[in-house]
Design a protein around this ligand. Structure first.
Ligand code: PLP
Length: 361
């Protein structure tokens, strides 16, 4: 018998039955009253998840689309931006900024280590003329399993006055991202991660300070013009035809998340992370990220002397458990275990048992 695959990758993540059922219904018109009711409900749910009163806008995009929108709506050609880079996704935001003609300064740390808030302090304090307009940070760096210290870096950004633009793609819904308490200006995320949904929706929260910057921002935009989304959100709809079934799914997923409660969601992810890391240590394998900067979404394992791709392939063939591989230069050197979204203790137990057996092959 072919059982369902176990998806232990950091997105797309497993999807609960209630969310699957919500997907499998007839579409409705996005200008209907019925859609508006769903739109209003999910917008409230998103604000709850982001712990904010800011606008949280919904795009038909992946996480990259949400981040691209989060960058281009608030900046003008030639603007200086600082981009934190300690993995694949930090590098991507520097690429996006360059593609739009921004003046990019990367603040780097080696892959597998956390960004150093003091490096941001130094770069921002040196900018006495206040030419740096925004700082872009990846909160949970999925390529390495490192959680960057967003709170400490953000404190430096606030002291300077630049906008902070956060990639919370694998942190939102796994660890607290208190948008209002920390004053996070722009936060991007995607549905196939902590939201327990299939891919297809991108989310961007936008602060009042960011909307001020929007007024004078001159980078080109059309489909990703967040002003359009904000205007139509006021009428509980979207500027372009939305993937309405994904809105049904979002409604179901947010209902489940609200029933679990934010603290319980974060505690579950912390527990799954600790359990995974303890098991990896017990198997005498090396963890790629340090304990004090462990991502709540993903654990990267560096099985020195063993081909990480071979382990992944055995796990898939023997147990139908999908793990993620290493990205870029880490291919073959690390495998990554996702523990994000609709994942429970039993999933981790199964993945670890499968891993233990695979190592013996
Ligand atoms: N940022 C992070 C931290 C991610 O993990 C990912 C995807 O894995 C992305 C951005 C890109 O998201 P997407 O593939 O949905 O565009």
């Amino acid at each position: 018998m072919k059982d369902k695959s176990m998806l232990m990758i950091p997105g797309p993540t497993p999807v609960p039955e209630s969310v699957l059922r919500a997907l499998g219904t007839h579409p409705i018109g996005h200008r209907s009253g019925e859609f508006s009711q769903i739109f209003a409900r999910v917008t409230q749910g998103l604000k709850w998840l982001h712990q904010t009163k800011n606008d949280v806008l919904i795009l038909a995009s992946s996480g990259t689309g949400a981040m691209e929108a989060g960058m281009i709506n608030f900046l003008s050609p030639g603007d200086r931006v600082l981009v934190g880079s300690n993995g694949k996704f930090g590098e991507r935001w520097a690429e996006v900024a360059l593609a739009y003609g921004l003046d990019v300064q990367e603040v780097k740390s080696p892959w597998g280590t956390a960004l150093n808030p003091d490096d941001f302090k130094a770069a921002l304090e040196a900018d006495t003329a206040k030419t740096i307009k925004a700082v872009v940070i990846t909160h949970s760096e999925t390529s390495t399993g490192v959680l960057n210290d967003l709170e400490a870096i953000n404190a430096q950004v606030k002291a300077h006055g630049a906008l902070i633009i956060v990639d919370a793609v694998t942190s939102l819904g796994a660890v607290s991202v208190p948008v209002d308490a920390w004053g996070l200006d722009v936060v991007g995320s995607g549905s196939q991660k902590g939201y327990m949904m299939p891919p297809g929706l991108g989310f961007v929260s936008v602060s009042a300070q960011a909307w001020e910057a929007y007024k004078t921002a001159k980078l080109p935009k059309f489909y990703l013009d967040l002003g359009k989304y904000r205007k139509d959100a006021g009428k509980n709809t979207t500027p372009f035809t939305p993937p309405v079934n994904l809105f049904f799914a979002l409604d179901a997923a947010l209902e489940m998340m609200q029933a679990e409660g934010l603290d319980n969601i974060f505690a579950r992810h912390a527990r799954l992370t600790q359990a995974t890391r303890a098991a990896i240590k017990a198997l005498n394998l090396a963890l790629y990220a340090p304990d004090d900067a462990a991502s709540p979404a993903i654990t990267a394992v560096a099985p020195a002397g063993i081909d990480a791709e071979k382990i992944r392939s055995i796990m898939k063939k023997r147990f139908d458990i999908a793990l993620a591989g290493g990205q870029d230069h880490l291919k073959g050197q690390v495998f990554r275990i996702g523990h994000l979204g609709f994942v429970c203790d039993r999933d981790i137990l199964a993945a670890i048992a499968g891993l233990e057996a695979s190592l013996r092959e």
